[in-house]
Design a protein around this ligand. Structure first.
Ligand SMILES: OC[C@H]1O[C@H](O[C@H]2O[C@H](CO)[C@@H](O)[C@H](O)[C@H]2O)[C@H](O)[C@@H](O)[C@@H]1O
Length: 592
């Protein structure tokens, strides 16, 4: 059976690098003929299932068995034969993990005292309970025999997003950790941060998620933000100082591996460094690559898709550049590596600022100045290339057509969140951004600010709304500090809490994404069904219950308790009955 060139090629090219990371199991889970054969047989409804299964023998032995199996089937096994091979050689997915109840969990964290409405308070308690369902610990065997698994061993237990996501995810962890801190689970939060730091020490950067098959891509670099959150909560400056070496390393990794030149400035793009289709969505990627006719073009397409996954926004029209230079299109128009993203550069600016702040804590003035200078350079580049005077907002920049991309995406507002602008321009920026929001009618959606305004069916497009970006936008408007921006921020914050509550009240679930068009509606689209759990959603709500809980009341909002609709129905029926009786009485008394 003909295997595409990239299967063999990627195995050779990547092996050397992976060896240094000691991900021996990559030959099974990241690339190569076994992965190709099994994933193209589409044995499971969700392609991620296979790459999360445990090996029964070592990777080398499994490859030997696979080669013998293929030879015995003339390199053309049927799907049933492939299924049997998988059953014989792999164990169930997820068996490497145990559900773990966090040891620092407390029943009534103090943030609950800040919540007035009894239904919201109960919800806060429910969310605090959900941490126990999302806790996972690796079994000892993972540490003893890591090559039998796709999971990346880490020393401490983690809180996972939930649903199909049973391992840590890099940027999700930022909002999870903040939620844990509000729930007073400092040890769990610190353990998760230390896991990520240990990964930087071992492999140089933090992959997209805790599996070897994510090894060629990262996610928005929020480790420094996590350490800062921990230190702001605990005042543990020593932790900040000890983290410095790793934070600098991660920052330099991002800059060195993602940099581009735009209008004479150094900026960063999302850019994956592996080969082949995404292992966890292998056949899906092979199928979208069918419209490309050479191995090279297919390989480029895979890179664009994995780079989009690195952005965390997989997938979205945000990454499309069609031949006319617009965002109209589909996945085959993904050109992620040619789009300078506002959020990534704002986050890198924030990284440099945090590192400078921690050096100041350590009393290291030279290093502080060095990182302040790096931050200022990124800020200048953001101002020169990404700020758009006409639009009144920051816009992603298209390197192919050398022009700004004037499409709304929530991440356009990311600089507000991390203050990546000249503070002396605050009033002007606030006014511009507010009119940008009005022009794009962003205040008209009952279920939150949609990620984009273009409906493509991809999960990071209209009408989906995601907690992390809702957080970035709403906290950004609060951070800029003008009364008008703060007013809008508060109204959107309240709306998000009430809308998430309505969804929870109706389904008893917290969702990965929501629906901008429906108050209380969950999101959909993309390549897998909407997931429940859900780490970052819960983290954002817990933080906002602490922030707004004293002033939100559910009465008269449509988000009141489970019986609100029933109560209103009862009310209408009662008024109708009273009206009917009164009518009859008047009729009898006056007209008969
Ligand atoms: O399997 C498909 C994709 O799934 C992940 O992406 C989505 O879930 C992540 C966990 O919540 C989240 O971090 C990401 O923003 C979501 O789009 C995974 O991260 C992708 O790499 C993967 O291809």
């Amino acid at each position: 059976k003909h295997l595409p060139e990239y299967v063999a090629e990627s195995a050779n090219a990547i092996d050397k690098e992976v060896e240094t990371y000691n991900f021996t199991s990559c030959q099974i889970y990241c690339y190569g003929p076994l992965l190709h054969t099994v994933q193209m047989a589409k044995l499971f409804p969700d392609s991620k299932t296979f790459v999360d299964m445990k090996l029964k023998a070592s990777p080398e032995k499994t490859m030997e068995l696979f080669e013998a199996f293929m030879a015995s089937k003339n390199n053309a096994p049927t799907n049933d034969e492939i299924r049997k091979f998988v059953n014989d050689n792999f164990g169930d997915k997820g068996t490497e993990l145990e559900v773990w109840s966090p040891t620092d969990w407390v029943e009534n964290p103090a943030f609950l005292n800040l919540v007035n409405d009894p239904d919201l308070k109960q919800w806060g308690m429910d969310l605090n309970n959900i941490w126990k369902e999302l806790g996972r610990k690796m079994k000892d065997d993972v540490h003893k025999n890591p090559e039998y698994y796709s999971i990346i061993p880490v020393p401490n237990p983690v809180i996972v997003p939930g649903g199909r996501f049973i391992e840590f995810y890099y940027w999700d962890s930022y909002w999870i950790i903040r939620g844990l801190l509000y729930c007073e689970m400092r040890n769990t939060a610190r353990g998760m941060i230390e896991n990520l730091m240990s990964i930087v020490q071992r492999i140089g950067f933090i992959p997209n998620g805790g599996r070897v098959y994510y090894w060629g891509r990262s996610q928005p670099p929020l480790l420094a933000g996590m350490v800062k959150s921990y230190v702001d909560f605990t005042k543990d400056d020593r932790f900040a100082i000890n983290a410095l070496e790793i934070l600098e390393h991660e920052f330099e990794y991002f800059i060195n591996n993602h940099s581009v030149q735009a209008k004479g400035h150094d900026l960063a793009v999302y850019r994956d460094s592996s080969k082949g289709p995404r292992p966890e969505s292998y056949s899906e990627d092979v199928e979208t690559a069918e419209s490309f006719h050479t191995d090279e073009a297919k390989e480029d397409h895979y890179s664009e898709l994995k780079s989009a996954a690195e952005s965390g926004m997989d997938f979205s029209s945000r990454w499309y550049i069609n031949e006319n230079g617009t965002n109209i299109g589909n996945l085959s128009d993904a050109k992620t590596r040619s789009i300078v993203p506002v959020d990534l550069n704002a986050i890198l600016y924030w990284n440099a600022k945090i590192i400078a702040e921690f050096h100041a804590k350590a009393g290291n003035v030279d290093k502080m100045a060095e990182y302040e200078t790096k931050a200022q350079k990124i800020k200048e580049a953001i101002q020169a290339v990404l700020w758009n005077e006409e639009a009144g907002c920051w816009l992603d920049y298209d390197l192919i057509n050398e022009k700004p991309r004037d499409y709304f995406v929530t991440s356009n507002l990311a600089p507000l969140w991390v203050k990546a602008y000249n503070i002396s321009d605050t009033d002007k920026i606030s006014a511009s951004v507010l009119s940008y929001i009005e022009k794009n009618k962003l205040d008209t959606f009952p279920g939150g600010v949609p990620n984009t305004l273009y409906h493509t069916g991809e999960q990071w497009d209209f009408p989906n709304v995601w907690a992390p970006l809702q957080y970035i936008v709403i906290e950004g408007l609060d951070n800029i500090g003008t009364p008008e921006a703060q007013k809008l921020s508060k109204s959107w914050g309240h709306r998000w809490v009430k809308s998430n509550f309505a969804a929870y009240r109706d389904s008893r679930a917290m969702f990965e994404k929501y629906d901008a068009e429906k108050f209380g509606g969950h999101g959909g689209g993309g390549e897998y069904g909407v997931q429940k759990g859900f780490g970052w959603t819960n983290g954002v709500i817990i933080e906002w219950l602490a922030k707004y809980g004293h002033e939100i009341s559910l009465s008269n909002t449509g988000a009141a308790g489970p019986n609100s609709r029933f109560v209103s129905l009862l009310g209408v029926t009662a008024i109708a009955l009273i009206g009917a009786f009164a009518g009859r009485f008047i009729w009898r008394t006056w007209f008969k």
